[in-house]
Each structure stands twice: as C-alpha cells, then as structure tokens.
Design a protein around this ligand. Structure first.
Ligand code: KIV
Ligand code: ZN
Length: 501
C-alpha cells in the first residue's frame, strides 16, 4: 500500500480565511491537536506576514516533534530568511516556496517574462536550501498555467533540489478530470519527476476541492494539502476530514492507499478549530457537521434502527462521534419516537403511545426539533390524565398595547362542544375567565408559573398552576410552543383533577 502524505495548512491557508485569525497560543493548541490527529506536515504559518506569525511558527517548530513543521515564503530573500529562521528548531523543518506561473499572474501581477520567473524561482530554491534541506515548491496558479511552461518550472525546481512539487489550483477553477490529466501529463512530461513527490493543493470556489484532490491522488499525487473544516482563502481549501474519510470509506477505489490519520481524532480537531477561529461548522458539512450523522425522516429512522448501514456509509465512532442521532422532528415516525421514549424510561401501552405520538406531531409542526425535555413533558401530559372530563379544542385571543385583551375558548365535555368568551387583564387572564364561564366553577387561581423547557425562540413553554375550589386544591401542568396554550392546558388539567376529587 502507498502512503498519502497529509499536509495540513489550517494554520496558514486556513487562517487566511477572512476573520479566522488565531493568536500564537491558539495556533500552538491547534498544532498540538493536529499532531495528535497524525498529520505528517503542519504548515504553521507565513512568518514574514506578521511578527505574531513568526512567533507562532517558531513556537510550533520548537514543540512539535512527530509532524514536520513547514513555513511559507514567497520567492523573496527576506521571506526565505524569516521562514528559515522560524523553523530552525524543528525536528523536521520544511520551507514552502511559491511563485505564480500562469500568464494572467505574469502579465498583471509581476509584469515579468517567463525566463525571469524561472530565474527568480531558481535563485530562491538555492537560497532556501541554505536554511533547510527539505524544500517544497509551488508554481502558484498551476492549473491555469501553460503546460509547457509548467513542465519547465517543475523540472527546474526538482533539479535545484525541491523534494516536493505542489500543484495548486489556486482559484478553485479546475474539475476532477482536468486535474487527473494535469497530474498525468506532469508525470509523463517532466523527465526528473520521479525524484520528487507530487502534491496537490485545491481551493473550493466551485465546491470541487475534495473531488479534485482525490482525482489527483488517483493520477499519482502522493501528498495532499488540506485544512480542518475546509477553512481557507475565499471558499476555503480541500477539507482534511473529507479526503481522509473518502479514502477510508471507498476502499474499492482507494484501497491501494493509506494515511496515518487517527480518524477518531477528527471530530475533536474540528470542534477545536471551529471554537478558536469562531467559524461555525455548517450543520450539513460532510463528516463533522451537526447533521452529518443525524436522521429525521421517519423512513430513514425506521431503517437505521433496523440496520444502521441502510442510511449510513460511515460509522460515526470512526470520526470520534459517539453515535448517530435520530432527531425528532415533524418528519419522524412512530418507530424512532417509541425508541426514544424507551431510552428515556417511558414504557407506554399502545393507546397512550398513540396519543403521545399525536401530541408530539402537533408540537413538531410548530417546533423544529424536539429535545428530550420536550418529550418528557409531552409524555407526562399524556400519561397523567387518563380520561379527562374537559378537553381543549381551540382558542383565539386578541391583545395588544391599544386593545383590551379578549379570548374565545372552545372546550369539549364528553361529546359536547362548549364555547366561552371573555375579556381580561391580559390574554391569559381572558382565557381563564372564558373557561370559568364554560365550567361555571368559581375557582381561585394560585401559584401560576411559566417557563421555557428548552432553549431557542421555538422552545416549549411549560405552565404550572394551582386551582382552588371549595377548599380543594389541584395542580395542573401544560406545555406548548405557544405560552398561552400552555397556560390553558395547565388550567384545564387542574380543572380535570378538581372534578375527579
Ligand atoms: O492557493 C495557493 O496557490 C497557495 C499557495 C501559497 C500554494 O496557497
Ligand atoms: Zn491556497
């Protein structure tokens, strides 16, 4: 099997993502975790860019022992000197030099001819080799570079001693077949190519960074540049977790290759990078997004409960996530609902389960995700009252700063539908008075409380209260995403208890 070298550039290209900057202590923390993850090379920064970057690269070079530590430099002497200085204490130092080679960059950025570019690169590689024996060279914008000129640059860089040639798709313009052909052409047209490792560096402007990197591997690249969570310039870089897990999962395609990544550390690394950069991982991000191993559809949940592989191609434990989750929401089915209740310790008979499921669906229509605490309340509501005398059918309220609160409540008593209308000091008071008109009971309200059970603006509100009638007190509870409905449910619950005493 052939090893694919993982070159992590989270701390350099990743940190170039607008707003992702980290201080030197935070970078050290990430580097330590990257080493634990098993990356072969940590590109720790661009030392000429700022004094803090120089400090961070130097500290990482001094402390990291297993991974090689790399510093980036333009083909400019002061960059090379600074990069060399920053990695000099590393056990395995590397300098990564880059110089653009595409016609667009030569014409508009440098205003230089091809021969001049070749000579600048040659001098820079020679200078860099005085600081460090391990040199990686990148012809920037390689995928938009004239092929003959690219071959010439690569051949020169290898003959000057660059041990790794990186092919950057700097602007994320390529597509997988094109990358495959380019790497194949480099292998077939650069005479000394067998003296260097070919690396690939893809950006994600068209969402193809991972696909392009994998294609490069299939064509002969043996080192891949990537970042945690795919962070990087503009739309980001190829994401480490996607490349590594694609290779691990698709053994039928990538069975000849392996990486030294400890995949169980992936999730922890992703969380750390997200926390330190303040870059939220999108919920649907492959491998590490909150929803990557979550199922909501009833059909999927049912099948996953029967056999996980029906809808999961990876085991979440392989990336350090303890288990997949069945998110209860409006698409969920009875199977997942029953399973979750079982996990929470509720064992309902079929009739109660059906009632609780019906109520769960009503709540799920109004609330995006149903948490365990929501479920407890829903189920407790259902198992407490077996045959209620009073049942809430519907209610309407009008209220506001300029209008007197009014309420219309419809209750069911056995087979009869009854309606009460009242005004009140507030919408809840108006509802309670409307109910009193229906029941004709002179109840006294005591100890009314309202609280949110879970967080978020669609949280389930939970109301609890006590009603007193002829010296007897009964407590009632109710819940809903609508706090007025929660209050009414609690009131009706207490009334039912009064009636059964
Ligand atoms: O995208 C790019 O071309 C780079 C180079 C520095 C390799 O990040
Ligand atoms: Zn880049």
């Amino acid at each position: 099997m052939e090893k694919i070298i993982i070159f992590d550039t989270t701390l350099r290209d990743g940190e170039q993502a607008p707003g992702a900057s980290m201080n030197s202590f935070q970078k050290m923390e990430v580097a330590t975790q990257l080493e634990k993850l098993g990356v072969d090379i940590i590109e720790a920064g661009f030392p000429i860019a700022s004094p803090d970057d120089f400090v961070a690269v130097s500290a990482i070079a001094k402390n990291i022992k297993r991974s090689a530590v790399c510093a980036l430099a333009r083909c400019i002497y002061k960059d090379i000197e600074r990069a060399g200085e920053s990695v000099k204490k590393a056990k395995r130092p590397r300098i990564h030099l880059f110089l653009a080679t595409s016609k667009i960059h030569l014409k508009y950025k440098f205003k230089k001819a091809e021969d001049e570019i070749v000579s600048i690169a040659r001098d820079s590689i020679r200078q860099a080799r005085k600081f460090c024996s391990d040199i990686e060279f990148s012809p920037e914008d390689a995928t938009r570079t004239e092929k003959d000129f690219l071959f010439r640059m690569v051949e020169m860089a290898i003959s000057e001693g660059a041990a790794t040639i990186n092919i950057p798709d700097t602007v994320g313009y390529s597509y997988p077949q094109e990358v495959f052909s380019l790497i194949t052409d480099i292998r077939n047209n650069v005479p000394n190519i067998d003296k260097a490792v070919i690396a690939i560096h893809c950006h994600n402007d068209l969402g193809l960074a991972t696909a392009n990197s994998l294609s490069a591997i299939l064509a002969g690249a043996r080192q891949v540049h990537c970042t945690i969570n795919g962070i990087g310039e503009r739309a980001g870089n190829a994401s480490l977790e996607e490349i590594v897990m694609a290779m691990k999962t698709r053994k039928d395609v990538f069975g000849d290759f392996y990486t030294d990544i400890d995949t169980k550390e992936i999730y922890r690394t992703s969380r750390l990078v997200s926390k330190l950069t303040d870059f939220v991982v999108p919920p649907n991000k492959a491998i590490v997004g909150r929803n990557a191993f979550a199922h909501e559809s009833g059909i999927h949940q049912d099948a996953v409960l029967k056999k996980r592989i029906t809808y999961e191609i990876m085991d979440p434990r392989d990336v350090g996530i303890s288990e997949s989750s069945l998110v209860l929401g409006k698409h969920s089915g009875r199977h997942a609902f029953r399973q979750r209740l079982k996990n929470l310790g509720f064992h309902l008979d079929e009739q109660r389960l059906n009632k609780a499921f019906q109520r769960f669906k009503e709540v799920a229509d109004r609330k995006k995700e149903i948490f365990d605490d929501d479920l407890r309340i829903i189920v407790e509501d259902e198992i407490r009252v077996v045959k209620p005398l009073w049942q809430l059918l519907s209610f309407e309220v009008s209220s506001g700063t300029q209008v007197k609160p009014e309420a219309k409540v419809m209750l069911k008593k056995r087979a009869k539908t009854l309606c009460g209308v009242s005004s009140g000091d507030g919408p809840v008071d108006a509802c309670f008075k409307a109910i009193d008109k229906i029941t004709n009971l002179k109840v006294k309200l005591e100890d009314f409380r309202l609280e949110a059970v879970t967080s978020g603006k669609d949280a389930l509100g939970h109301a609890s209260l006590k009603l007193k009638n002829k010296g007897i007190t009964a407590a009632g509870r109710g819940s809903s995403t609508d706090i007025i409905e929660a209050a009414i449910r609690a009131y009706v619950d207490a009334l039912n208890k009064l009636e059964t005493r």
